[in-house]
Design a protein around this ligand. Structure first.
Ligand code: PEP
Length: 252
C-alpha cells in the first residue's frame, strides 16, 4: 500500500519573516499520521525551514541539486550539502528547470544519480506541453522522459524513484488536469515502469499542476495518484493543509 505524499514546492518565494508565519500555521494544520508531507523552500531558507519542520514530522526537500559532488562549480549546491542541511527529498527535472534553465534528459539523469548516491530521495518530474498533448504526443513525451532516467539507472535503482506527473499546461495556470486525464497518464507511467522491469507497485507517482484543497480529493481518489506536488497552493497554510487533509481522508 503506497502512503500518500504531499510535497510543497515554494519555488522562488518567501523571506524569513513570511516563512515563519507560514511555518507556524503549517505546524498547526498540516500534520497527519496517514500522509507523508514535505516542504521544499528555496536554498537560502533550507536551514530556517528545516529547523522548524524537524520537530513536526514534516520532511525537508530542495528544489534542485547539482550533479557534481564538490569543487569549482560556482553557484551550484551539492547533494552532500542538502543532506547536511537535513533534506530528505529533492525535486529533479521540474519543467521550469527544463524550459528556463536548459536541463535536458541527460542533466536530469545525472542529478537523479547524484541525489541517490548521497541518500536523497529524488522526485523526478515529467510532463508534456499543451501543444504536445494536442498533437496526441503526450504519452510519447512523458514515456521518453521516464525511459531516459530508468534506462540510465537500471530497473532496481529506478524502483527507488518517486515521480511527479506535471502537465506543463496545468502548472500555475489554474487549469488542473481532470482526474481521468491524470489517472490515465499515471497508469501509463506505471505500465511503462513495469515494461522496463521496474517493480512499480511501491513507486509513488504524484500529480502536479494547479492542485488546490478544492480539487485534491477527486485526484487522490484515483488508484494511481499517490499524492501531489503543489506549487502555488503550498504558499498558503490553509490551502496546503487542506490538500494534506484531503490526502489523509482518502488514505483512511
Ligand atoms: C509546480 O510548480 O510543481 C506546480 C505544480 O505548481 P502549481 O501547483 O502552482 O501549478
Amino acid at each position: 500500500m503506497r502512503k500518500k505524499l504531499v510535497v510543497g514546492n515554494w519555488k522562488m518565494n518567501g523571506n524569513r519573516a513570511r516563512n515563519d508565519v507560514l511555518l507556524s500555521a503549517l505546524l498547526e494544520e498540516a500534520r497527519s499520521e496517514a500522509v507523508e508531507v514535505a516542504v521544499c523552500p528555496p536554498f537560502p531558507y533550507l536551514d530556517q525551514v528545516g529547523r522548524v519542520l524537524s520537530e513536526a514530522g514534516i520532511a525537508l526537500g530542495a528544489q534542485n541539486v547539482s550533479s557534481f559532488e564538490a569543487g569549482a562549480y560556482t553557484g551550484e549546491v551539492s547533494p552532500a550539502m542538502l543532506v547536511d542541511l537535513g533534506c530528505a527529498w529533492v525535486i529533479v527535472g521540474h519543467s521550469e528547470r527544463r524550459t528556463l534553465f536548459g536541463e535536458t534528459d541527460e542533466t536530469v539523469l545525472a542529478k537523479v544519480r547524484a541525489a541517490l548516491e548521497f541518500g536523497l530521495k529524488p522526485i523526478l518530474c515529467v510532463g508534456e506541453t499543451l501543444a504536445q498533448r494536442e498533437a496526441g504526443n503526450a504519452e510519447l513525451v512523458v514515456g521518453g522522459q521516464v525511459d531516459s532516467v530508468v534506462s540510465g539507472l537500471g530497473a532496481d535503482v529506478a524502483a527507488q524513484l518517486t515521480l511527479a506527473y506535471e502537465p506543463i499546461w496545468a502548472i500555475g495556470t489554474g487549469r488542473v488536469a481532470s482526474p481521468d486525464q491524470a489517472q490515465a497518464m499515471h497508469r501509463f507511467i506505471r505500465a511503462r515502469l513495469e515494461s522496463a522491469q521496474v517493480a512499480s507497485s511501491e513507486v509513488r507517482i504524484l500529480y502536479g499542476g494547479s492542485v488546490t484543497a478544492d480539487n485534491a480529493s477527486e485526484l487522490f481518489a484515483q488508484p494511481d495518484i499517490d499524492g501531489a506536488l503543489v506549487g502555488g497552493a503550498s504558499l498558503a497554510a490553509a490551502g496546503f493543509s487542506g490538500i494534506c487533509r484531503a490526502a489523509a481522508v482518502v488514505a483512511a
